[in-house]
Design a protein around this ligand. Sequence first.
Ligand code: ATP
Ligand code: MG
Length: 730
Amino acid sequence: MSNLLANLNNEQMQAVTLPPQHALILAGAGSGKTRVLTTRIAWLIQTGQVDPSGLLAVTFTNKAAKEMLARLSAMLPVSPRGMWIGTFHGLCNRLLRAHYRDAGLPQLFQILDSGDQLAAIKRLLKTLNIDDEKYPPRDLQHFINGQKEAGNRPAAVEAWDDHTRQRVMLYTEYEAQCQREGVVDFAELLLRSYELLERHEPLRRHYQRRFRHILVDEFQDTNRLQYRWLKLLADDGREGGAALFCVGDDDQSIYRFRGAEVGNMRDFEREFRVANVIRLEQNYRSGGNILDAANAIIRYNANRLGKNLWTDQGAGEPIRVFEAFSDGDEARWIVEEIQSLVRDGASRGEIALLYRSNAQSRVLEHQLFSAGIPYRVYGGLRFFERQEIKHALAYLRLIANPDDDTAFARVVNFPARGIGARSLESLQDAARTFNTSLYATVPHLSGKPGTVLAQFVRLVETLRTETAPLPLPELVDHVLHGAGLRDHYLAEKEGRERLENLDELLNAAANFVAESDADAETLKQPHALLADFLAHASLEAGDHQAEQGAEAVQLMTVHSAKGLEFNAVFLSGLEEGLFPHENSILETEGLEEERRLMYVAVTRARERLYITCAQSRMLHGQTRYHPRSRFLEEIPAGLLKWLAPPKPRASASTSGSAGYSSSSYRANAAPASRPELGGLRIGQGVSHARFGQGVIVAAEGSGSDARVQVNFGPAGIKWLLLGVAKLDPI
Ligand code: ATP
Ligand code: MG
């Protein structure tokens, strides 16, 4: 019937037009899962099977949600605006805003991103006088989030020892602090909305009746709680409940460390008695060589649901591999290659530079910047995470919710107004005694600290009154001036860029108003819209924020690249210890997750894939020598085209030689061999009397200074002097 279905293969068409029943589309990368999901939404609406308001679709990132809305707008005459399409966090935020009272939250509750959450935990430890060496804030954060993601409130956590009991106590205190301050962290968004639906039957019934179709992209990366949340909305799969349509790829499950469970796919099939399991095997994205490499790599993993991808596009380009002397050389080479691609007519926006860890981006950024190539970093320090923006947002948050202690602590003395650490400490002590927020405690304080702090409170009060009648962008502007932020950065030597960012915040507010689907009622209450804007800012910061624009080279971690595709992909840092990451090497499951990550990376490329590694690299302030990644060795040699440097491998040079051009490399030359380590090699298993068994991950120095770095698993990663430590090969 409709042209919507014109460009689908048989299996895709079957999936798109399934009757309203539960379905699982299980398929490899680039086989059209996302396309099928989007087309199904359009098809359901177009054929009148469902009203746009009866749909709920979950995407993995805000960027994906925006793209889906854009594609739907192009396919359909109706505006998809009111539709519930977004990330789990975005959808939960929407639910909690609509029912804040039932959820036990203040109307203008604020969202803590993970940086804010860490700050809040540090503050808590300080108030409680807890040794943060014994209870490192990051561990505690991980513990709390892990429990929330498993659906556990403190009372439900099994405390098997004193240490855990203490952590549970801190979890309880942390919850009390958040509640007092009217803030929720990311994991809380989900848990709170889950509990809201679970406990509130009329509300649950309402949404269960409303949503006829629930569609989930990247289903393999949902965690337990997200799965339960979906189950609740779909009325456990009962007759009359929503049809749950999930698409995913077990080979691309890369968030196990964040609690995602591939087991959800099996549970879904069983618990929902899914009759429709459709596999898509034709890949439309990548050339044959790229696909063969991906298939070959992932075959090294055990326990796969099993599928194979094929393409009718022909072999295409070979995979180009380059081994550099140093990370600096690697970056220079990549930049030269990008320049030559662009000279040949490639669009910069279609070139992606991927890396395993964020820290790798700095060297790459530096080279791109020096060469004058526009680039955009997804992830890393994103706009909403920059210092000046966080300061500005903190003022705005205080206006929306004075009990937000994180915001209070951030700006009470910024710009400096003579409020010292001592005053703040006595304020915190008093807040603890009165069990009130910092803001509300100020009037209880006497003496000089009381006077200065009261001035700050007056400033915030004045700003709140003055901004009440203003539209959002003017409100923001007024606060930037009134709080003294503009003057502060004007006076700062390097403040220009920060001022530009503050201007950008005004643009962000104006855009937000233009794109907002807030009703007339909300628009009349600027502070309510402000809360929406702040929620938006927190969610964007938690995601790799998509600044659109086709003309910049795209930099991101492999994790952030999931679901995306580019004509040319550079995958850098293919070294043992880096990719696979050193923390994962000793453990089969960890290694398999790294391999899935590698599979994701390789399958992002349409036409060209480059893989690079460096013989030496500066990492954490040290020069490291890592061997080539095993993943590189897992690709059949015939698919690779080595672009070797003209010089043999240097044993210890880190500076490298600059300026050779990519055309001067000998193609197909074998890579240089690596230096010896007194009979040991990197990647070798060794045993040590005290630390047990481990794997050599790096080496440096020579002669009596020669040292190796060994990952001993539970005993940690150690540097050992070869001449002193006794290491037996195993
Ligand atoms: P990933 O696992 O990486 O998320 P995916 O399975 O979601 O991949 P899509 O992104 O939906 O795959 O599709 C990959 C590419 O193939 C897209 O450019 C899409 O437009 C194209 N494509 C999908 N199906 C077809 C088809 N039947 N004909 C032509 N192109 C197609
Ligand atoms: Mg996809």
